[in-house]
Design a protein around this ligand. Structure first.
Ligand SMILES: C[S@@+](CC[C@H](N)C(=O)[O-])C[C@H]1O[C@@H](n2cnc3c(N)ncnc32)[C@H](O)[C@@H]1O
Length: 272
């Protein structure tokens, strides 16, 4: 079996623990409607050839598959073979998954109508380099689209000390490995500097209640960052289970709610 790609630039800190596939799927589903809005504004339709870079266990490949229909083609690329195995289960006939490095995909130039990346540049780093590679494989006139977060809108009500501690650990763990959980704030400018034309920009925030599938977002993401959180001394290994349990208890109380990170959607055209 193929092993995980050793990217020469990315330092993706999220662990492939049991539960990470479920975490990414729940997150993707919660963001589905806003993603569809963006794809509609881009005009993705029948026959398009689309690439989802860093697709994880599916990313937006399912949405793309429906939009491009039987005459279209969708390719999902990721460095994690386990995610790709999960993505292949139940995938439609117009979708294919391939192991590869987002920074040097090895794909032919000018091959796609749309190249998309969600939560890859912020977590793995090197946004300019990722966009350069995306612009290489998209055809002249084709679209490069990114969706990235801004952790500044993570707020829980009623406020809770354990929520705050986990939020601090989440932001600290990403910052500690050079990831940028505020990338959304400068994404428009990064896209312009990379040379994309006619760049578009919109944002959204998902709101979560105790009965929503996203309720476990913060505890489950910190669990996926456990090694980094403990190594950086953000929360000790002994303290972590208690903080997670108390935060989960708070989040599941009827009446508790929180807002997610803000997601920026930025897309533009390759000239030529
Ligand atoms: C936060 S997850 C997002 C997954 C998916 N895009 C989504 O929104 O559901 C980031 C993904 O990027 C992948 N990734 C990170 N660095 C990569 C690299 N250098 N090459 C390919 N994939 C990479 C990870 O394996 C992971 O699946």
């Amino acid at each position: 079996m193929a092993t995980q790609v050793d990217s020469f630039i990315g330092k993706y800190p999220i662990e492939s623990r049991a539960g990470e596939i479920e975490r990414l799927r729940i997150q993707g589903e919660a963001m589905g409607p806003e993603c569809l809005t963006m794809l509609g504004l881009i005009g993705v339709g029948e026959g398009w050839r689309c690439l989802d870079v860093g697709c994880g266990p599916g990313g937006i490949t399912g949405l793309l598959s429906e939009l491009v229909g039987v005459s279209g083609r969708v390719l999902g690329l990721d460095m994690n073979p386990g995610f790709l195995d999960a993505a292949r289960v139940g995938a439609a006939g117009n979708v294919e998954f391939r192991l590869g490095d987002a920074y040097q995909t090895g794909l032919a130039a000018d091959e796609f109508d749309l190249v998309h990346l969600r939560f890859v540049a912020s977590t793995a780093g090197g946004p300019a380099r990722l966009i350069r590679e995306a612009m290489r494989v998209v055809r002249p006139g084709g679209i490069v689209a990114l969706q990235e977060p801004d952790g500044g809108s993570l707020h829980c009500y009623p406020p809770h000390a354990d929520w705050e501690q986990l939020k601090g650990a989440l932001l600290g763990a990403f910052a500690g490995v050079g990831a940028d959980l505020e990338l959304a704030r400068r994404l428009y400018s990064v896209a312009i500097e990379a040379g994309l034309e006619d760049v578009q920009y919109r944002t959204f925030v998902v709101a979560v209640r105790s009965m929503d599938a996203m309720v476990d977002y913060l505890p489950s993401t910190v669990e996926s960052l456990r090694e980094t959180v403990v190594r950086l001394g953000l929360i000790s290994a002994e303290e972590l289970p208690g903080v997670l349990a108390r935060c989960r208890e708070h989040l599941r109380r009827p009446g508790t709610s929180f807002t997610m990170y803000t997601v920026a959607q930025v897309w533009g055209r390759k000239g030529g």
